[in-house]
Design a binder for this molecule. Structure first.
Ligand SMILES: [Ca+2]
Length: 364
């Protein structure tokens, strides 16, 4: 309004005449803004700002929260141009994470999205799984079956190398929802692929919150700390959504009921998964609701304004011992090392659930 009012004034206006013309317009504008902010219902950022657009690959280890994240992403085709899903061993072994990714694709009715299976085990450490949280099938609260559409031919690591090499510079965003083994292998074999990457958005790590698999470590990093080290040193812009964030973006009975009440199958599926999945964390941590970790990555991609972070130096402890798998976050910059991560520490929980619910409502 300011610049338009000034531009409308004729160039020949004297400074005082110009001020006399512009001032009432500004004053009126200010009054209108104040009035609107007082009387209008508070709009969430999800409604207020246009969503971001990404050419996207999602690397995932489904995983109950991964399945919700995948449905969320596949329901947003105008903003997230999903090139493929790549799977990795993590919450459950690779055959099951790959089957669950295919289930999510079937539930979202997105047969156009190819799924490549990747690393069956971490780089160095003994494999660990999280069947205590995600159930022996890797998805809680729903019946699983063998989907008819198969995996794509070829390995996820080869797919990443081939695709990122062929991509325009800084064009592909990689969302990473599990242990970071696939990208670490790709970066080791073909360091030049960083050229094609625009950004990595990772669910992983913990600092202020403490860990969820040991007192210091978050599961995705703990499951393959050597891979996380390679990824964090890649030089690609990285945003991390750690437990510091996800343990403050919690379900409530009302939030789950809204998903269930959408009236479509996807809303019921997400509500059924959450009802079973959140029980452990609510009890174990004494939380009023459960986190939906990986789904915050999709919300961040669509609506970064829902989140607040700080650019900091983050390193991974990969030494045997109490700190194995810990993300060491230099929040106050005391080490004077260059920032390699945009560490997301806060988010708008209601805005997150509003956006998730709105997108899930679009699915079958
Ligand atoms: Ca995951």
């Amino acid at each position: 309004m300011h610049s338009r009012a000034a531009a409308a004034a004729t160039p020949s206006s004297s400074p005082s005449r110009l001020a006399a013309m512009v001032f009432p317009v500004l004053l009126l504008g200010l009054v209108a803004l104040l009035t609107a902010s007082l009387i209008a219902p508070k709009a969430h950022a999800a409604d207020a700002t246009p969503a971001s657009t990404h050419t996207l690959i999602i690397d995932t280890d489904p995983g109950a929260d991964d399945v919700i994240a995948l449905l969320f992403a596949m329901a947003s085709p105008e903003h997230l141009k999903i090139q493929a899903l790549t799977t990795v061993a993590g919450n459950v072994p690779l055959a099951k994470t790959s089957r669950n990714a295919r289930l999510a694709r079937e539930w979202a009715k997105r047969p156009d999205i190819a799924i490549y299976a990747g690393a069956p085990r971490p780089l160095v450490r003994t494999p660990i799984y999280a069947a205590d949280i995600h159930g022996s099938e890797g998805i809680t609260g729903v019946k699983v079956h063998e989907p008819s559409q198969p995996l794509a031919d070829g390995n996820a690591v080869d797919y990443l190398i081939r695709t990122l090499r062929a991509a325009p510079e800084k064009s592909v965003t990689l969302a990473m929802l599990g242990p970071e083994t696939n990208l670490a292998l790709a970066l080791t074999q073909a360091p030049d692929i960083t050229r094609g990457l625009r950004e990595l958005v990772l669910m992983g790590g913990a600092h202020f919150n403490g860990g969820n698999i040991t007192p210091t470590a978050e599961f995705n990093v703990f499951a393959d700390p050597h891979a996380a080290e390679i990824v964090l040193k890649s030089g690609v812009p990285i945003t991390m959504l750690p437990l510091d964030l996800t343990h403050n973006v919690l379900t409530s009975p009302e939030r789950i009921a809204r998903l269930r009440g959408l009236g479509n199958q996807a809303g019921k599926t997400v509500a059924d998964i959450l009802d079973a999945y959140v029980q452990h964390d609510m009890q174990y941590y004494g939380l009023p609701g459960g986190p939906v970790h990986d789904a915050t990555v999709v919300a961040y991609l669509l609506q970064p304004s829902l989140f607040r972070g700080r650019k900091v130096n983050v390193e991974v402890d990969s030494r045997e011992g109490l700190g194995f798998g810990q993300t060491v976050v230099d929040w106050y910059g005391g080490l004077k090392k260059p920032a390699n991560v945009n560490w997301i520490a806060e988010g708008d929980a209601q805005g997150f659930f509003d956006l998730l619910t709105q997108r899930i409502s679009r699915l079958p």
